[in-house]
Design a protein around this ligand. Sequence first.
Ligand code: NAD
Ligand code: ZN
Length: 249
Amino acid sequence: MVKDLIREAAEAILRSKYLIALTGAGVSAESGVPTFRGRDGLWRRFRAEELATPEAFRRNPKLVWEWYVWRMGIVFRAKPNPAHEALAKLEGLGILKCLITQNVDGLHQLAGSKCVIELHGSLRRVRCVSCGFREVINEPPKEVPPKCPKCGSLLRPDVVWFGEAIPEDAWSSAMEHTYRADAILVVGTSAVVAPASYIPRIVKYRGGKVIEINVSESAITYIADIFIKERAGEALPKIVDVINELISR
Ligand code: NAD
Ligand code: ZN
């Protein structure tokens, strides 16, 4: 049955003129990066919603930074998995036009994806809370909370916290692609975090096809035209294989 859905998805993708993708923490689960809402989502009994907020950082920057040091450690050691690679191949074939991600791990770029819109920033950067200083990092800070080398204020991870706005340039380019899309692949996201969760809905209401891959149902499964209940690292490479088979005929 999953086999038929894989073929159906491959055919829908080939019929589309402007395919985009929206990815979430689930695409990186098979790289060993914990999701927020899965079973391994807890760190020292805190929920992500209690740590990834400006209030938590104001109250206890050291605690919040300790959590990020843990997450950065995982991300810097992680490698792209077959799901990231399959998405990069779809772009290489000229089929996937752009990928919008809620992930902050940079694994899509490492897999070779070129058009990647990071809605929620990146764990591979830090920024100053006061002076606008920004820096790319390739290891977690040694001491927490780290201080800005320019002005001495606190540095924070360059990510978007709950209650904060998505950077304007990221959102406007996401909307440009969303309004052109006639099909979207939604992979490994619970689709409960707005406004990212609006993206598949916009594509749907404009008449586009929604193809979802997730190990369990999400908040947008009810609008999916095709729902493949499987791990992203298994389903996506199979879809790419069928597409290759269909275009080589
Ligand atoms: P989420 O944790 O809310 O949901 C993860 C989803 O992935 C779930 O629906 C789950 O069923 C699915 N999933 C788990 N393993 C899967 C697999 N192998 N294949 C397919 N699906 C799988 O994550 P979210 O929807 O991305 O939203 C939460 C926020 O978490 C985002 O804002 C993001 O910034 C942040 N986050 C990012 C990372 C990362 O960068 N890797 C990790 C954790 C959280
Ligand atoms: Zn500064």
